[in-house]
Design a protein around this ligand. Structure first.
Ligand SMILES: [Zn+2]
Length: 203
């Protein structure tokens, strides 16, 4: 994450002056900014270096000082926020693509064992993850959605080009869920034939 950000303006130091009455009871003090002598309750309490446990600036000057500081650093803080948002997005993108690639490979491993078909995707996890990161369906070029918690039509999925050849890296393509579902076990050729017929009939 980004370096630590200052959240309040620095406090200027205060010259030492005598502001108490003859009994030694503090009545007020001089503000370091406007130079006016003001009662102590005109100052905010302060644990730092300030006489009588009060800030060196009066409340009025403090407010002005802070609003000036805020407007001066507004652009900087906006830029920082934007930077964090971008970093966050990249982080989540990486997390989701990695996570999704791993979970789909595990799913394919289970399905291969059950169906008794070849499987070698564990050896290609990094390459698969990189293909996921491209973020598009390799058949349609449509954007994939990694953020959806439920399956949506454009959730990423792994398709066997030739179903009988199994989940082998050379037989793999990353496609949107809708495309995968449409092809099911009949493969690309049959699906294309059906789709063409549908589009022609529809006109
Ligand atoms: Zn003041």
């Amino acid at each position: 994450m980004s370096s630590q950000q200052q959240t309040s303006p620095p406090v200027p130091s205060e010259p030492h002056t005598s502001d108490s009455d003859c009994s030694g009871e503090p009545l007020g003090k001089v503000c370091t900014v406007c130079g006016q002598f003001k009662a102590l309750d005109e100052y905010r309490p302060y644990k730092g270096e300030g006489r009588f446990g009060k800030r060196p600036l009066c409340k009025v000057c403090q407010r002005e000082y802070e609003s000036r500081w805020r407007s001066k650093t507004k652009e900087y803080r906006q830029a920082q926020r934007q930077k964090r948002a971008v970093e966050n997005k990249i982080y989540h993108q990486e997390y989701y693509t990695k996570h999704r690639a791993e979970s789909l490979v595990s799913e394919a491993r289970r399905r291969s064992a059950k169906k008794g078909i070849p499987f070698d995707l564990d050896e290609h996890l990094e390459e698969i993850r990189q293909r996921f990161e491209a973020g598009v369906c390799e058949m349609t070029g449509l954007q994939l959605d990694f953020h959806c918690r439920r399956i949506s039509w454009n959730s990423p999925s792994m398709d066997r080009i030739e179903p009988a050849l199994g989940y082998v890296y050379s037989n793999l393509r990353i496609v949107c869920y809708a495309m995968n579902a449409a092809m099911q076990n009949w493969g690309e050729e049959t699906t294309e034939m059906v789709m063409r017929a549908w589009l022609e009939k529809r006109g």
